[in-house]
Structure formats: C-alpha cells, structure tokens
Design a protein around this ligand. Structure first.
Ligand SMILES: [Zn+2]
Length: 463
C-alpha cells in the first residue's frame, strides 16, 4: 500500500530509505509495509509505500535491504550527566537512597563543560541504540555551575538528536529533612525564574520542534510541596510539560508517609500534578486505585526496566497502566543506575519484564515497540509527530539489521525477531531527514575528541 504518495513534492525528495524487508509505521492503523520505503523531505515524512509502489526520486537513498524500519525510538527518562559516574562501585548495591547519597557529592562538580560533554556522548550513544528523540532530566545545579541546561541543549543540537530538556530542581536538603546535601539545592525563586528564562530561550512551539523544555522538580524527597505546586502553576502559565520521579522505591513510600502523611501518588495529586500535562518516571509501586487514577488523569509514565532491575526497585505495572489509559514510554534512566543507554535494550527488557510480571501472554514484541515509539511520543506531548511514520510526521527512523549470526533462522516475524534476537544496535539512524548513524557507526567527526574530553572529566570526578 502507498500512504499519501500524492503529497510528495515535485522533483527529488531529500532522502528515501528503501528496500526494507518490512516498514512498521506505527501509524494510527499500525500499517506494516512489506518491502517498504519511506520518503523524507524538509525534515518530515512525505510519502511511504511497499515494494509494489515505485520510490520517488531522491537526492540520497539509504538501502535498507533485509532490514526492519521503525520510527525512531523515544527516550522519556534520562540523566545524561550521570555517564560521568558510570558503573561506579559499590553505589548501586546500596538501593536508591544509599546510591544517591554516595553520588550527590561527586555530581556537585557539574559545570557547563561537563554538562556539554556528557550530553554529547550520551546523545551519541542513544543514536546507536535507535533513539531519535531524548529527554534529559538535569536536576543537579551546583552553586556556580553555570547554565547547564543551555550547555546540554548545545550538545544535543551539535549531535543532531531531537531533544526535550527538563529544568530539574532540588530545594529540600538534609537540613530540611530531604536527601541531598545543602550545596546542590536552590531557592524556590531562583528555580522558578531560571525555569521561565529557559523556556523563553529554548522552547520551540512548532510541530517539528527540535528542542523543547519541560519543568522537572526531582522527587518527593528532594523538593518541597510548595515548589511542586508553584512549578505546576508555572507550567500551566507557560504551557509546557511537567516531569518528576514518583513511586520508584519502597523507601519513598515510607518517606512520603512519614513526611506528608500519604502515599507518593496521593502526594502528586495534592500538589496539583494529577494531569495530562505530567509524565512521571518509574511508577513501580502504584496500587490499583492509583493506577486507575493515573489513567483517568492521562498522566504519562516513563518505564525504566534496566534501572528498576539494577536498583532492585520492582516490576512496574506497565500493562495495567496502559489498560487504565495512561500513556507509557521507555526510559534508559541515568547512566549511573542503568549504566547503558540503549533503547533497543530497554524495549527488550520491557518485553521480558512484562512477561515475568503477567505471564507469557502479557507482552508481545509489538507491545514493547509501542512503548518505545507511540507511548514515548505521548509522554512528551508529541503524539502524531514523533514515534510514528506517517505523512507529515517527523523524518525520524531507524533501520535495524535482521541478518548475521544473531538473526540466523529468524524468518517468521521481523518485529518479534528484533526484540527476541540480538543484541542489536541501529544500522542506520535518521533524525529530521539527516543520517546520523550509517552502517552502524556515528557519522559525526568529533566522536574521538569528545570521548577524550569525557575521559578527562570522569577521571577528575572519580579520583
Ligand atoms: Zn531518574
């Protein structure tokens, strides 16, 4: 079938990705095109077809022969700067709270160069794992650290990935009953003023926006209820989205009961965050009534399977949340807890954990693909633009290899093969019509230089 071929412009388009074994569009009808191709012009998809329709002429053609084409994956929760403290022993064996207390003093070294370089390397790693849009939750703003959000947006722009920065914040330090040390928290007025400045400076409102900004107080144990409520009001006024961690760990349940006299999701509602403007990270421990409430609000959930496993947080009720109506996407989470940043791996882990929780019938590869694409787009407020391939959607896609030793014998279903075989990384990653990963390698010339800068900072931090 051809979808919207008539809308292709006269003359050659910028890019055609063609000859795929299968194109999984993830459009509203979940159309799958055998032998398919996708045409992209001016950063957007202008036409799609199967092998029986001729490809339009193009200035560049990527041969996807034998591969599976999907929309680019969407990362809905991450802390890019944490790749400077990756796999640092023994932090993750201490559970969430012990892990954070080990790392807060090291993260206090964050400055503009560290924010830029960690984001550059992190975004490059994400492209290799099939991610074309990532958010970042940067909540450590040490005194004198500079404009960290602007630095990471510059890095993401240089790499070429679609980027949703979130202005994270912490306002409740140890002296006020919170978890972080005093020198990494900020005053309410400073946080709110900087949030508004960053939205004014960077938030693009056009449909194909490459950079957006959301507001993201860190967690119930590091910000005050007043800051949560004031941030929700500011997000409403500026018309931007809201993000935070919630219900990640049972220690957090105990903390909320003791400090706020209620459960984490009840706390979320009390501070005015029960809304479809909000997406939350983790949400491992909502009870049945809370799942129903999150669905009714339309609050999105960033499911982070690797992080939840490494920190022993538990099995998130992903299918229950989806059935209740809550959009669910995938997140790598911070590199210091998950230690890797591959959305392919998160999609596979979501498939396996979904089955572990609900039985073998509970989750199929197409469900996991839905989380990685459309679910993520809905969390970021970009449904219909990213996370699907349809006429007018963003020109963001991935060609996945289905050949070689790891896929030998996988003939029946390319989508099941994608997530049940492997390990797999992208053969080609395209963002806004630009080929950023080609033949499994980053095309950017600055990889070695940025890795060397990254190594210098990581050594300084960890010495
Ligand atoms: Zn996180």
């Amino acid at each position: 079938m051809t979808v919207g071929l008539g809308l292709a412009p006269v003359g050659p388009v910028d890019l055609v990705v063609g000859g795929a074994r299968l194109v999984v569009t993830m459009d509203d009808a979940r159309t799958e095109l055998l032998g398919g191709w996708v045409a992209i012009d001016h950063g957007a998809v202008v036409a799609l077809g199967s092998s029986s329709q001729p490809e339009p002429p193009a200035r560049r053609r990527v041969d996807a022969a034998g591969g599976l084409v999907t929309p680019g994956f969407v990362n809905t929760h991450h802390h890019l700067y944490q790749n400077l403290t990756r796999a640092l022993p023994p932090s993750t064996s201490q559970g969430l709270f012990g892990w954070l207390q080990t790392l807060y003093p090291i993260w206090a070294g964050l400055d503009e160069e560290a924010a830029y370089v960690s984001a550059w390397v992190g975004c490059a790693e994400l492209l290799l794992g099939g991610c074309t849009t990532t958010m970042d939750h940067l909540y450590v703003h040490p005194t004198g650290g500079g404009d960290l959000i602007t630095a990471e947006i510059a890095a993401a722009t240089d790499v070429g990935i679609r980027f949703h920065a979130t202005r994270g914040s912490m306002s409740r330090s140890r002296k006020d009953g919170g978890l972080p040390p005093d020198h990494v928290v900020q005053e309410h007025d400073e946080i709110l003023a900087d949030s508004e400045r960053l939205v004014d400076l960077h938030h693009q409102r056009d449909r194909l926006a490459m950079v957006q900004v959301a507001l993201a107080p860190c967690s119930p144990f590091s910000v005050t209820p007043e800051l949560m409520a004031e941030t929700a009001a500011l997000a409403e006024r500026l018309d931007v989205r809201l993000h935070t961690h919630i219900a990640e760990d049972l220690d957090e349940d105990d903390y909320c009961r003791e400090i706020y006299g209620c459960r984490p999701i009840e706390h979320l509602e009390e501070v005015g965050w029960g809304s479809d403007r909000t997406w939350v990270a983790h949400c491992v421990h909502p009870n049945e009534a809370e799942v129903e409430r999150l669905g009714r609000w339309g609050t999105g959930v960033a499911h982070c399977p690797s992080s939840n496993q490494i920190l022993g947080a538990g099995l998130a009720p992903v299918q229950e949340l989806r059935a209740a109506g809550a959009p669910v996407g995938l997140g790598c989470d911070g590199s210091a807890s998950a230690d890797s940043a591959s959305l392919w791996m998160e999609a596979r882990a979501a498939l396996l954990l979904g089955r572990l929780r609900g039985g073998a019938a509970a989750m199929q590869a197409r469900d996991a693909l839905e989380l990685a694409t459309r679910g993520g787009a809905a969390c970021l407020g970009r449904a219909g633009t990213i996370g699907e391939l349809s006429v007018g959607s963003a020109g963001d896609l991935v060609v996945w290899p289905l050949d070689g030793v790891a896929h030998a014998g996988a003939l029946a279903d390319p989508v099941e093969a994608l997530l049940r075989c492997g390990p797999t990384s992208a053969r080609t990653t395209v963002v806004a019509g630009e080929v950023l990963v080609d033949g499994g390698c980053l095309v950017h010339e600055d990889v070695a230089a940025n890795l060397a800068r990254h190594a210098r900072i990581a050594e300084r931090w960890q010495s």
